[in-house]
Design a protein around this ligand. Structure first.
Ligand code: SAM
Length: 284
């Protein structure tokens, strides 16, 4: 009997698409709806070729057999890492104005504002908070802002630690902001000034596995923006539970403007803070 196999020059079969989706959900919480079939195929194909495999299914079996190392490479292939400095700045303004008014009386660690940035990509989001805390909101210095940031994609975490960024990352910054926060580097890139590194630490972690990002002390604020839109419904529920676990009661969760968890969890209540919708952790 002839065995039909899908070569990497061919398409990702419906069966392989299903199996990869199941694996991506299980490992990272990610899901590719049917209308993104071609996108998943295009992201996997270079790795199938690089490994000299003859089919997408062979790559699937390689992932099952090889464990963590190849799975981490898969994370790099399938994630959308789009980010830039000052993205949706109004959310940070809201945190440092209206948010602080409700948060500051009951900080998890007295005298310290503890922020977690989940799905931070190459760091533009936590570095923006660091810029604002050091300059626009100087009164925050008295609260020692601490920003712990993590991402599943280790290549992004390495990039964040290097602190060198391409123009795409600072496209929303004014000339004045660029001069204030960045130093020119080779090839039109820019480096973060060292004084803005101090408040931020980076690590690799997985939103659907709380043990990879839980710290000794709880957080006052969690930012998880433009990440959960790519999650399956189960993973989204798990993420909410995990954020509830690391936030102190009364702590606040900010999501991206197109994301919502309204009505999804009894552990958060929806609140209006300035121009933002955010979610306050309820209970003990
Ligand atoms: C579109 S970027 C958003 C970056 C930033 N939060 C922003 O809004 O600019 C999404 C990031 O989420 C990360 N990500 C996806 N699934 C994740 C998971 N299970 N755990 C941690 N990070 C994840 C991706 O690697 C990617 O860097």
């Amino acid at each position: 009997m002839t065995e039909y196999r899908t070569g990497p020059g061919d398409s990702l079969s419906a069966e392989a698409f299903y199996l990869f989706n199941e694996l991506l959900d299980q490992k990272f919480g990610l899901t590719f709806p049917e209308n993104r079939h071609m996108i998943l195929e295009a992201r996997l194909r270079p790795r199938v070729r690089e490994l000299h495999l003859t089919s997408f299914m062979d790559y699937y079996y390689t992932l099952l057999a090889d464990g963590e190392e190849e799975t981490m490479k898969l994370a790099t292939l399938v994630t959308n890492n789009e980010t830039y400095f000052f993205r949706e700045k109004y959310q940070f303004d809201t945190l440092f104005h209206e948010g602080l008014a409700t948060l500051k009386s009951d900080l998890a660690v007295p005298g310290q504002l503890r922020i977690l940035c989940a799905g931070c990509s190459s760091g533009e989001e936590p570095f923006t908070m660091s810029f604002l805390a050091a300059d626009e909101y100087r009164f925050l210095a008295a609260m020692e802002p601490r920003i712990n940031a993590f991402d599943i994609d280790r290549t992004r975490i390495e990039a964040a630690r290097r602190g060198v960024f391409r123009p795409r990352s600072f496209r929303e910054m004014t000339e004045e902001q660029i001069n204030r926060y960045l130093i020119p580097a080779a090839n039109g890139n820019c480096r973060i000034k060292s004084r803005y590194h101090g408040a931020v630490t980076f690590g690799q972690g997985n939103i659907i596995d709380v043990s990879t990002f839980k710290d000794t002390n709880p957080y006052d604020v969690v930012f998880c923006r433009n990440v959960l839109i790519y999650f399956s419904e189960n993973a989204l529920r798990l993420a909410i539970e995990n954020f509830a676990e690391v936030l102190r009661p009364g702590g606040v969760l900010f999501l991206g403007p197109s994301e919502s968890i309204i009505g999804m969890s009894s552990r958060f209540e929806t609140i209006r803070l300035g121009d933002c919708i955010a979610y306050r952790r309820v209970g003990n």
